[in-house]
Design a protein around this ligand. Structure first.
Ligand code: NDP
Length: 338
């Protein structure tokens, strides 16, 4: 990644950027999030183009996407996305800091040894300090515990989140990949310390609906919001794999988390059916997959990844049409059951 990119000029955000999106309240908090947020898991690492990364975030913000989501280990290598984001903040977004919701996380593998992952106070406190330094920030807006830790008492992990808020290093806290039961316990512990669980970040898309088995209900009880990750099943819920495996697609280019073994004939048959419904609605499949999540008001935001500004633009337009007829919903269920 070449940070000394001179190919695009200075950035002035579009003045009409707040005209299009309806911001959604995050649980019972006072914080509003855009219906579509952008994640930096892929496409912001060392092998990627800095210019492209820069144009992706500019396009996002110009279209009202105020929320950028990171984690300590996004890359590759681990930490690279935060470093890239730090450069982008310096070049383009510093004047807009107060208009942005920037999140990061700790919990997955980050550095060597027993303190480099999971949920000990040691890991979380060291990690937030590292993240703030990499990004050049005084505070993040949301700090998440990235995954449950079977070996650390939840009181310790939540205590670390509380400490981070009290120290002013994060404004709000969230959890990710926690079950409904773990979320309830976490929210209660935080509450006992005077902190509200702001948000949960689960995987949720048309093909993976586990959150419907209790988690979304629990979040409502706790007054917490939800932000759905991998809403396009990493790209499967688009029309891109219908005609084979494009060279520049995640399944071919990266292969760490998505590869051709996930894109079976059975999956493609469903994608084809869903694509037809999307066309009838006047949307692309990517747009319909995002809209399908936003039809539920409990979903505060849908967290997309994109490899180009064009995808960003397409995805953000999903918010223009988020209601579904009963017939459309039934047709989708029929395809999923087939
Ligand atoms: P998506 O399901 O949105 O997949 C993104 C990929 O889909 C893109 O990189 C692109 O792949 C393809 N794509 C996106 N839009 C289009 C389009 N309009 N047309 C065609 N293809 C498209 O999300 P991710 O899996 O990337 O996850 C999103 C974010 O969620 C992450 O960046 C991260 O912030 C968060 N996340 C959190 C996790 C957690 O444990 N908390 C785990 C995973 C993600 P291609 O390269 O093929 O073009």
């Amino acid at each position: 990644m070449d940070f000394n990119d001179q190919s695009i000029g200075n950035y002035n955000a579009k003045s009409n950027r707040y005209h299009e999106l309806n911001y959604r309240k995050c649980g019972n908090s006072g914080l509003f999030l855009p219906p579509i947020s952008i994640g930096l898991w892929h496409n912001f690492g060392h092998p990627d183009s800095f210019t492209n990364a820069r144009q992706i975030l500019r396009t996002a913000f110009d279209n009202g996407v105020t929320h950028f989501d990171l984690a300590n280990n996004y890359g590759p290598p681990f930490g690279a996305a935060e470093e890239t984001f730090g450069r982008l903040l310096e070049k383009d977004f510093r004047p807009y800091r107060d208009e942005l919701i920037i999140s990061t996380k700790a919990g997955y593998d980050m550095w060597a040894g027993p303190y480099g992952n999971f949920g000990s106070r040691k890991h979380l406190i060291a990690s937030i300090d590292k993240s703030l330094k990499s990004m050049g920030l005084d505070y993040v807006d949301i700090f998440y515990h990235h995954r449950p830790d079977p070996n650390t008492p939840l009181e310790e992990t939540m205590g670390a989140l509380e400490q981070i808020v009290r120290q002013g290093k994060a404004l709000y806290v969230g959890v990710s990949n926690y079950s409904a039961e773990q979320t309830k316990e976490a929210a209660q512990i935080l509450k006992s310390m005077g902190i509200q669980l702001l948000i949960h970040q689960p995987r949720y898309n048309i093909f993976d609906r586990q959150v419907e088995n209790g988690l979304l209900d629990e979040l409502e009880v706790q007054g917490a919001g939800a932000i759905a990750f991998s809403p396009l099943a990493q790209g499967i819920l688009t029309d891109k794999y219908l005609k084979g495996l494009p060279e520049n697609s995640r399944a071919v280019k990266d292969g760490r988390y998505l590869n051709k073994t996930h894109i079976t004939d059975e999956v493609l048959a469903k994608v084809k059916g869903l694509n037809e419904i999307a066309k009838e609605r006047g949307q692309s499949l990517a747009q319909m997959a995002i809209a399908w999540l936003l039809k539920d008001e409990r979903i505060t935001s849908v967290l997309v990844g994109v490899s180009s500004p064009k995808q960003m633009l397409e995805n953000v337009k999903a918010a223009e049409q988020i209601s579904f007829t009963k017939t459309e919903l039934k047709q989708i269920e029929t395809i999923l059951d087939s």
